[in-house]
Ligand binder design. Structure first.
Ligand code: NAD
Length: 361
């Protein structure tokens, strides 16, 4: 039987969801809401049989829905989750970050207690093939991680519908908006919680000359964040969003007493300069301490998955698992609690950088 989805928000990421849902067997997007007519039209090109609505309330009245995907701007997620919870009890895949301001945490806590269907927070990075292997093999290769480093060297924030991503108030700040992915990975890879954070970050070069209704963007484009974890391990993130020329967009290195495991991912294929030929394949490397014989594996992806998005097939793999849950029941692999903890790490990192203080959780 066909599983029927509703989509809220049909911008860049909503379109990526539609492309990937279209690759799943017996799944149909039957309802779309986006207040922007141009974005709605883009969505309808991919799901021509879907109905469109003037409000989330109208979309929620569609009784045949089996699940909802939220891909609206960050600052809308909490209100939209509340609105859905007031009307329906359906599995939800909600884009990260699940909330953007410390005061929203109580609403998320209430939802955790009261909502009777699963809420899965979209953390696509978990499902990028080299990262998924690193998560699986990190303990075995390192003998227990002591140091975990993540580096993102990438292009600036893209333009968004209504330019919402230029301001901390809409995004939660860069360390929430962008970096909650990495903080989620840190908890998952370490299998442990952070206890303190220090950070230094700022708006170095990007967007400084832009103005929106006369207001200058305040979104940061780089910095360093360090966490101490409760088991004594340390983790660090280095972010630069003016490093478009890098071969690798993301690199992760996990090191322990018996060795190191690392992975490297290029940026989205569509941004790779044609003049440089095909972009490199993502890599996974293993460096045992003894004997010193490093191995590097290059990981090829199905062309259909590369075409369907900017995240190395991870949106598709996440949707496969989400669909299994919608059809078969069970718990979300990325829970509301996971989504909440990743935001909290981001918010405290923002605060640490703003106040030049080390912050205890
Ligand atoms: N997981 C990832 O790797 C990843 C990547 C990109 C974006 N995202 C997340 O996806 C979400 C959307 O980001 P985007 O890049 O698609 O932004 P976008 O600006 O391209 O798209 C947002 C869409 O939401 C629509 N919208 C505005 N108000 C709305 C409302 N009240 N209800 C429903 N829709 C509304 C806009 O018209 C627009 O079409 C954000 O939360 C972002 O953080 C996640």
């Amino acid at each position: 039987m066909t599983t029927k989805y509703g989509l809220i928000g049909c911008g860049m990421m909503g379109i990526e969801h539609l492309r990937n849902i279209a690759l799943l067997p017996e799944v149909e997007v039957v309802a779309i809401f986006d207040p922007d007519p141009d974005q709605l039209a883009e969505g309808m090109k991919l799901s021509p049989n879907a109905s469109t609505f003037n409000s989330i309330g109208d979309l929620l009245a569609v009784q045949e829905l089996d699940a909802i995907v939220i891909a609206s701007p960050n600052f809308l997620h909490v209100e939209q989750l509340k609105e859905i919870a007031a009307r329906r009890t359906l599995p939800i895949l909600c884009e990260k970050p699940v909330y953007t301001a410390a005061g929203d945490e109580v609403v998320i806590n209430r939802l955790q207690r009261a909502y009777q269907a699963p809420i899965w927070v979209a953390m696509e990075y978990r499902y990028m093939p080299p990262i998924a292997t690193l998560i699986e093999r990190a303990d075995e290769i390192t003998g227990g991680i002591k140091m975990l480093t993540m580096q993102e060297h990438r292009f600036p924030f893209l333009s968004k519908v209504g330019d919402w991503n230029r301001f901390n108030a809409n995004t939660g700040g860069t360390l929430v908006e962008k970096c909650c992915h990495f903080f989620d990975l840190m908890r998952l890879i370490m299998r442990c919680e952070p206890v303190r954070v220090s950070a230094s970050a700022t708006q170095f070069v990007n967007h400084v000359n832009e103005r929106y209704d006369g207001k200058a963007p305040d979104i940061w484009d780089g910095g360093y964040v360090m966490f101490d974890f409760e088991n004594g391990a340390r983790a660090m993130l280095e972010l630069s969003m003016f490093a478009d020329g890098s071969t690798w967009n993301e690199e992760i290195h996990a090191i322990g007493p018996s060795g190191k495991i690392a992975c490297r991912m290029p940026g989205p294929q569509r941004f790779w300069p044609e003049a440089l030929g095909p972009s490199p394949l993502p890599e996974l490397s293993i460096y045992p301490r003894s004997p010193k014989r490093p191995q590097t594996t290059r990981i090829a992806l199905d062309a259909a998955l590369i075409d369907a998005g900017d995240h190395h097939g991870s949106t598709y793999y996440q949707h496969q698992r989400f669909l299994d849950m919608v059809r078969g029941g069970g718990e979300p692999e990325v829970s509301l609690e996971d989504g909440k903890r990743a935001v909290k790490m981001g918010l405290l990192a923002q605060e640490a950088a703003m106040t030049h203080r080390v912050i205890e959780f």
